[in-house]
Write a protein that binds this ligand. Structure first.
Ligand code: SAH
Length: 193
């Protein structure tokens, strides 16, 4: 498929994700944080995710810097990438909405933090990470470039695997038995019905 179309589609998706996140980031800036687990590792991983999921793909789309690292994929994978953007955006939107004031980009607990188990959180514990997995898979399918397309998978994969255990331990410390029960009823990123 024409790379221009693929680039436009992915860029629009990124913009929509920013539109979804912006009001939550703005509102939650005023949250009173009572437990902050933003370690140096966490900051580095977040910085890496920002580079891999936003900066490198946009450098690929808007400059010719990475042209030497292109690869090609069959059209059916391009179509798959486009179709998967829809659940990715929907999950990104729903998880922000359901978490509400409890959302933050990093690992922390605010005063009045409540355990969300409704909405899309009824079916999985980490729908926002499910959305991010879909995001980075679509990125690799639509932006056929080793730097612009694959660094998202690499960076988010590292963030996910190094963070998930810590996040769940933090939630378990905070919510105890309530979180253990919730854990037994859900999977991490795949829905359980
Ligand atoms: N892992 C979740 C949320 C990512 S945002 C997801 O993928 O959907 C990260 C913050 O969300 C963490 O700092 C934690 O405080 C909060 N959080 C994670 N799961 C939560 C839940 N079920 N209820 C309330 N807050 C939650």
């Amino acid at each position: 498929m024409d790379t221009l179309i693929l680039k436009v589609v992915f860029t629009v998706f990124l913009l929509l994700c920013m539109v979804v996140r912006y009001p939550h980031a703005r509102r939650n800036k005023n949250n009173h944080i009572i437990s902050d687990r933003k370690t140096r590792q966490e900051r580095v991983l977040l910085g890496g995710a920002f580079l891999g999921m936003m900066v490198f793909p946009m450098l690929y789309v808007f400059t010719g810097l990475f042209e030497f690292a292109n690869y090609t994929l069959p059209i059916y994978l391009h179509v798959t990438g486009m179709v998967l953007l829809i659940p990715a955006l929907w999950l990104f939107y729903r998880s922000h909405k359901d978490l509400g004031r409890n959302w933050s980009a990093t690992l922390e607990i605010r005063s009045e933090h409540s355990l969300v188990t409704n909405g899309v959180y009824k079916y999985m514990r980490h729908p926002m990470y499910s959305a991010c997995w879909l995001w980075v898979i679509c990125q690799a399918l639509l932006l056929n470039n080793f730097i612009g397309g694959l660094t998202g998978l690499l960076a988010f994969g590292m963030l996910y695997f190094l963070r998930i255990g810590k996040e769940e331990a933090m939630m378990e410390r905070e919510f105890g038995e309530q979180y253990q029960t919730y854990k037994s009823l859900t999977h991490r990123v795949l829905p359980k019905f």
